[in-house]
Design a protein around this ligand. Structure first.
Ligand code: HEC
Ligand code: HEC
Ligand code: HEC
Ligand code: HEC
Ligand code: HEC
Length: 203
């Protein structure tokens, strides 16, 4: 009886917590790594082959949103490369039907938060500061919490996280002098002042 009760209690605990996670997906997001419809590998394409992030995410320097590439971008190569691969079947189907591949979104802020890629990337914040070494990931996973404390702590003191803007997609870049000194020069030159007031991020 006792054991039965325990099982029921544990079962309830799991159900209740599953509910909480479903309602507030942010809670469980570090490490979030859904299975994608195509086993696309950043490690192969961005790492080994050295494709620049902006080859595919070409809106990231120009817009708030960093679009996932349309099928045409994949077919630039896959019309010739691995044309019989089963793993690429959903990509070829998408190309024929015009229906986009249904990639699952990994990083997601609540709707009441304003975020803008262009503002960060042009200021000199690298993808690596927020997404980690994507060029070494076979499957992308979330590595930073993306919560308010995390955003604000960089906004209060961004110096050591800044680099010349043309290097933001070089995820393995190593500064040749004190990064805080480089950062302070960039802050002065570009008059960088990230918002720490509530309305900066909640508009
Ligand atoms: C050849 C095209 C291509 C290149 C190059 C590429 N990506 Fe991607 N990226 C994709 C595709 C397709 C997805 C969606 C599938 C997935 O998550 O793996 C994606 C997803 C992502 C995501 C997750 C988006 C989400 O749903 O939250 C991040 C972050 C990302 N890429 C960052 C990068 C970075 C950083 C680089 C450069 C080091 C890069 N990508 C280079 C095609 C590319
Ligand atoms: C610049 C050229 C290029 C682009 C653009 C490109 N790929 Fe590739 N991809 C390759 C090459 C080359 C390989 C094969 C490497 C090898 O020989 O194993 C490959 C391999 C793959 C494989 C593994 C296939 C298998 O059977 O092993 C998948 C899946 C894949 N790519 C998906 C994508 C998707 C999805 C996109 C678009 C987001 C994309 N690729 C864009 C060049 C490209
Ligand atoms: C300051 C942190 C930060 C930087 C720098 C950054 N990202 Fe993001 N990225 C985010 C956040 C936060 C989201 C989720 C946005 C949302 O849900 O509105 C995201 C989402 C994405 C997505 C999914 C589509 C979208 O816009 O929601 C892709 C793809 C992506 N980032 C790629 C990149 C690439 C490539 C770079 C570098 C050129 C980069 N990011 C730089 C924080 C960052
Ligand atoms: C690694 C450092 C860093 C992180 C992490 C970061 N930011 Fe920023 N943020 C900056 C910098 C640098 C700027 C540019 C300020 C400028 O140009 O004056 C900026 C600017 C902004 C702006 C003003 C952009 C505009 O268009 O007005 C907003 C809003 C913002 N960030 C929101 C966020 C949110 C939300 C998060 C967390 C999800 C976040 N940031 C995480 C460094 C960061
Ligand atoms: C740099 C960006 C940024 C600034 C500045 C900021 N927030 Fe947030 N805030 C966020 C993000 C991102 C989230 C959602 C993610 C999280 O924290 O879980 C959030 C979430 C919240 C939430 C919901 C929290 C919850 O637990 O559901 C409230 C309330 C909030 N912020 C109030 C404020 C107030 C009040 C201020 C000013 C004192 C402020 N924020 C300043 C980025 C910011």
């Amino acid at each position: 009886m006792k054991i039965g009760g325990l099982v029921v209690a544990v079962g309830l605990f799991v159900v209740v917590h599953a509910g909480i996670f479903a309602a507030h997906p942010k809670v469980a997001d570090v490490g979030y790594q859904p299975e994608q419809p195509v086993p696309y590998s950043h490690k192969l394409h961005a790492g080994t082959m050295g494709l620049d992030c902006t080859y595919c995410h070409y809106t990231v320097t120009k817009a708030a949103f960093s679009a996932v590439p349309p099928t045409e971008v994949c077919m630039n190569c896959h019309k010739q490369v691995k044309v019989k691969s089963e793993r690429l079947e959903p990509v070829r189907q998408s190309y024929e039907t015009g229906k986009p591949v249904e990639w699952l979104k990994i990083h997601k802020l609540p709707d009441y938060v304003y975020f803008n890629h262009q503002a960060h990337v042009t200021a000199g914040v690298s993808c690596v500061s927020c997404h980690g070494r994507v060029d070494q990931m076979v499957e992308v996973r979330q590595v930073e919490p993306l919560n308010m404390g995390w955003c604000v702590s960089c906004h209060r003191d961004p110096a050591s996280r800044l680099r010349p803007a043309h290097l933001v997609t070089k995820l393995d870049w190593v500064p040749d002098r004190d990064p805080a000194v480089i950062g302070r020069e960039i802050i002065a030159a570009k008059n960088i002042n990230p918002p720490t007031n509530c309305s900066g991020c909640h508009r």
